[in-house]
Design a binder for this molecule. Structure first.
Ligand code: CMP
Length: 549
């Protein structure tokens, strides 16, 4: 077994994760998405600036941000009805179509209302991708370490796009036109949609490929949780608040970098771009650091570190009036921000069940845009009221203060991610469950609760509706139907799967003969786990066929 706390071990994990062609396709698509996000933002700003000056540029920025922020939770709620792969595909298709529409409107010189309408449609379509991407990545990961490696790779693609985006955009706008840039990105997105859909078809072809009469019907899909379930989860709330705080800082950064470049450092018009590139290059360094998260148990301290570096270095950059130290501090801030982003996502994916992810990331997307809007509205007001330096201090201390306030909660959340190895071992000893990827068994173990059976107590009763699946840790139980004794179950045996898989009432009564101890997993977690691979579903099905009469 590789030691994942060493550089070589981490590289091995990364290589394993990237050996999946589905993951590679999804990462390429995500790179194009990030590039397109930059390109279209710049194309619209240039177009609006040429038309109506600075006012036009800020108006079109708001036209994109506000409806998208308001509609993102609605879109996320709708996405929870689809499988993550399909949601991702739908995201790319709708982006490709809306980008091509927007590009055409710009190229033919359509009236303002038409361009603005197309921009709104496009920015709402953009809100679908990030939540779907961050939900698909865990599905493609066999182990928790692979998941972390895939997140680090996602961070790398984001930071590479942050650097390439402005360059590519500048080049295409200079050679052609803003509308041309949007069309180019629309066509690239058509390519990514095709790539992702091809990967998706191959994956769905895996389930029940040959019907030889002994093939199980597909398990009922576990209900995917909605926004309300997310808000009811205190850990999800903590992480979402952190993301919102981060984006208030990002919103303020955009404005404050212009102030820093032009008013404080007295740079030319290219100054804000130079300062932004320092953030971008720092992001690449931060992304490289995220590989150290592979194999790491506790993420709370890493999250705090990212928040402190992003905020404090930014505040310090506002206090120094020399270009080189400012560039270094901004690079540190950019690296902290990216490190924070990847750690936060990984935390969410480790802590919460997969079925909650679309809704969590959807809500985070809305709050990101809300945070951006608040930050970019607050920054000019604060600069006016208290001056640039104090505004830098306020902006830079906001995220660290929020993170430090939540530090105790983060420590508790770290403890909740520690996988109970005895339960994992017990679940792995069940032949059908041993076929599941390690990450899914660990997820099941995290969600399992222990129950004690008293002598003579029925743990499930024939005819009742079923809510749980059970694995026996200690004791002996008896399965009966009516007055017939069917079987005696011992440690390592399991029961309660039929009602969940077939959506029928309990087919038998299971009674504890003496005192017993069991682990139980609720319906949603069981269906999500067993349905994760066709081999597991098949094994559970065959178990019933061979043992039950
Ligand atoms: P379920 O119907 O959900 O609840 C009762 C459980 O008893 C059922 O799932 C199976 O796990 C188990 N069961 C049903 N019939 C038999 C049988 N003939 N032999 C052993 N176990 C059984």
């Amino acid at each position: 077994m590789v030691d994942e706390s060493t550089g070589t071990g981490r590289l091995c994990v990364l290589r394993e994760a990237l050996s999946s062609s589905r993951l590679r396709r999804v990462l390429v698509a995500y790179f194009v998405f990030n590039l397109a996000e930059w390109a279209n933002w710049i194309a619209l700003l240039v177009w609006a600036f040429d038309r109506d000056g600075v006012r036009g540029a800020s108006a079109i920025a708001l036209v994109q941000l506000v409806p998208a922020a308001l509609l993102a939770p609605v879109a996320a709620q709708a996405l929870t009805r689809l499988s993550p792969g399909r949601a991702l595909w739908l995201g790319y298709v709708s982006q490709a179509l809306t980008q091509l529409g927007l590009g055409a409107a710009l190229l033919v010189g359509a009236p303002y209302a038409v361009v603005a309408g197309a921009a709104v449609l496009y920015s709402v379509a953009m809100t679908l991708t990030r939540p779907a991407h961050h939900t698909v990545v865990p599905e493609l990961s066999e182990t928790t370490s692979q998941l972390t490696a895939s997140n680090a790779a996602t961070g790398m693609t984001e930071s590479a796009a942050n650097i390439a985006g402005p360059l590519v955009s500048g080049l295409v706008v200079a050679l052609w036109a803003p509308g041309g840039l949007v069309v180019v990105m629309g066509l690239a997105t058509v390519g990514t949609a095709l790539g992702v859909s091809w990967g998706l078809q191959r994956a769905s072809g895996d389930v029940g490929a040959e019907d030889d009469g002994d093939t199980p019907p597909p398990a009922p899909a576990p209900a995917r949780a909605g926004i309300r379930d997310v808000l009811a989860d205190s850990s999800a709330r903590v992480l979402i608040v952190m993301v919102a705080a981060e984006y208030v800082l990002v919103g303020m950064m955009d404005i404050l970098l212009v102030v820093l470049a032009l008013d404080v450092l007295d740079l030319s018009d290219a100054g804000p771009g130079v300062l932004n590139s320092a953030l971008g290059i720092g992001g690449l360094v931060g992304a490289a650091f995220t590989f150290t998260l592979i194999g790491r148990q506790r993420l709370g301290p890493a999250l705090l570190l990212g928040a402190l570096a992003a905020g404090i270095a930014f505040a310090a950059a506002g206090l120094v009036s020399l270009l080189v130290p400012v560039l270094v501090l901004l690079a540190v801030s950019g690296s902290g921000k990216l490190f924070f982003d990847v750690t936060c996502r990984t935390f969410v994916q480790r802590l919460l069940p997969d079925r909650l992810l679309t809704a969590v990331f959807g809500l985070a997307e809305a709050l990101m845009m809300g945070g951006l809007a608040v930050g970019s509205l607050a920054a000019p007001l604060l600069v006016h009221a208290v001056g640039a330096r104090t505004t830098f201090l306020v902006a830079g201390s906001f995220l660290p203060v929020v993170a430090l306030t939540l530090a105790v909660r983060l420590r508790r959340m770290d403890a909740a991610c520690v996988v109970p190895t005895d339960v994992v071992d017990l679940l792995r000893s069940v032949p059908a469950l041993s076929l599941l990827p390690e990450r899914i068994v660990e997820r099941m173990a995290l969600e399992a609760r222990t129950v004690a059976g008293a002598p003579g107590e029925a743990l499930v009763t024939e005819g009742e509706s079923g809510r749980h699946f059970f694995v026996i840790a200690a004791g002996t139980l008896q399965v009966s139907r009516g007055d017939d004794h069917l079987r005696t179950l011992r440690p390592g045996d399991w029961f309660g799967e039929l009602a969940l898989l077939r959506d029928v009432p309990r087919t038998a009564t299971v009674t504890s003969i003496g005192p017993s101890r069991l682990w139980m997993v609720d319906r949603e977690a069981f269906l999500a786990s067993v349905g994760a691979t066709s081999a597991t579903l098949q094994a559970v099905w065959e178990h019933g066929n061979s043992r039950y009469r």
